[in-house]
Design a binder for this molecule. Structure first.
Ligand SMILES: [Zn+2]
Length: 145
């Protein structure tokens, strides 16, 4: 008869969120997110920001660009909660939101740390990062205090 063994130490739950699909234009954005850095793309000629990252400025058509740190602060522009079918990779239906960043660009992300009934248009939010499968991270937003 064998001796009972010690139960294994409880490991942190593995991320279930799907890793981002990395395109060549957005490679540095996602690499920065893995380091918990939030960067954006700015036109070197007209100085305007754009998202998602892409080769040409949609305002002045310049190909000159630079990557710069973003504030990570913005407000909720609008949101939705997909319930059926349940989205793959989430334990609870996520709040999918369009975030208006201080830099004048909008991005689709998730809002975490808030109940759906507490969501408000123009709610101040700040970036944070959540782990994904494959040891990556994605920027998401939480209410700003
Ligand atoms: Zn431009």
């Amino acid at each position: 008869m064998s001796e009972p063994t010690e139960p294994a130490a409880e490991a942190a739950p593995k991320p279930t969120r799907i890793a981002p699909i990395v395109t060549p234009d957005a490679k540095s954005f996602w690499a920065a997110a893995d380091r918990e850095e939030f960067i954006g793309q700015k036109c070197s000629d007209c100085g305007r920001f754009r998202f998602p990252p892409r080769p040409m400025c949609p305002h002045c058509h310049s190909l000159a660009r630079e990557e710069v740190p973003l504030s990570g602060r913005g407000t909720v522009y609008t949101w939705a909660v997909p319930r059926h079918p349940p989205p793959f990779g989430f334990r609870e239906p996520p709040i999918i939101a369009v975030i208006a960043l201080e830099e004048g660009i909008r991005m689709v992300s998730n809002v975490v740390g808030v109940k759906i009934e507490d969501m408000r248009h123009d709610m101040p939010v700040e970036v944070t990062f959540e782990p994904t499968m494959g040891n990556h991270k994605v920027p998401v937003f939480r209410p700003r205090r």
